[in-house]
Design a binder for this molecule. Sequence first.
Ligand SMILES: [Zn+2]
Ligand SMILES: [Zn+2]
Length: 427
Amino acid sequence: MRLLATFVAIVVSLMLSDSGWAQVPGIVTGPRPQARVIDETGTLSAADSAEIERLARSIQETTKADMMVVVIPTTAGESHRRFATDLFNRWQLGDGVRNDGLLLFVALADRKSEIILGDGLDSPGQRSASQRIMDQVMVPHFRAGRPGRAILDGATRAVTDIVGVSAEQPAAADVAPVPAATAAELVEKRPEPILEPLLEPSSPATPIPVPTEDVFRPEPIAPAQPWIPPTRFQREPETTSDPVGMMILLGGGAAAGAGGIAVFRSLYRYRRRGCPHCGTAMILLAEGEDDTRLERGERLEEHLGSVDYDIWTCPVCPGVEKVRWGALFTRYAKCPRCRAVTKSHTISRLRAPTRASEGLERIDERCLHCGWEKTSERTIPRLPEPTSSSVDWSSGSSSGGFSSSSGGFSSSTSGGHSSGGGASGSW
Ligand SMILES: [Zn+2]
Ligand SMILES: [Zn+2]
């Protein structure tokens, strides 16, 4: 009897799709899935999905914000704004108190996209940032036939321009802008604001030391001191826990708004560094010049773009500091054997899932540095039962039946809410 029902369901769904009836994918009618990236259209490459997934996890680890990207073909006639807002609230993105969820929603065949902000991320500055991302980043890529790029770049900018702006402080639109000349100057200092080392999940949580005041002070004349051959050479400096730098970065980030984050990060990265031995301002070696100071695995990391190393040398004494900046966007992961961020993976689908049985895929992992390899298999969940396109989307938006069982995101029993702030786009 059950077999017959399944058979009928499949036949009905085939008939529906054959006759061109648009259908909402079952996954968005069910409870929240574990993955942060749901692509029911096959638009995103495996690498793009993995990068967005990693991005979402790393911002969750650092800022607690909860981002999801959902790409489906169609909402089957439902208003896209309402559909996406209801989805946000049914899945309860974000924490129940902070309301720091963010949903980037695309209905590809409908040519519609939505950014839905949790109420805690919905300041006027953040709302206008979301509209900017939609109008200036996503829609142009969609129009140019690059949907994967639209989604990846949209997610990336959402992190820097929306999540990166502190909700407690007035954001871009509400405060006096930083003089353009200053900003330009700082960016030119070294134009690679793509990386975000402060968000690197692997950086150790070191205790915050007592603040020092020399971070942005004009360079003092270094006192002549005898050089003591110490054991501290090549240590990893406490870069990520410098409290003054952090305060300036955070406070300044809010003041300067969206684009300012990159500027202040750059300022922080290339701030004056005193030699740990004699106090003299250290000199940053150019890329390429620093190769001899790096080990083989480190050079490979630089080559792959997963980690960037800055080598600072002292002009007076043999003092050297090696600073590690992990890339936020990289498809490489840390190798369990050699610890270098040089592990890549490929996923091959061995058996497609059906409504009746689970699928199977194989994951081949390999470290490009030490040659470590691992092959594993994992099941792919069965396809959901076909759903009618006349689901009542208005119900269940605030009932919250799917809270803690699905995500494991927060320990609170109820998750975040959105009143529908954000941005819409079509192309
Ligand atoms: Zn020195
Ligand atoms: Zn390795």
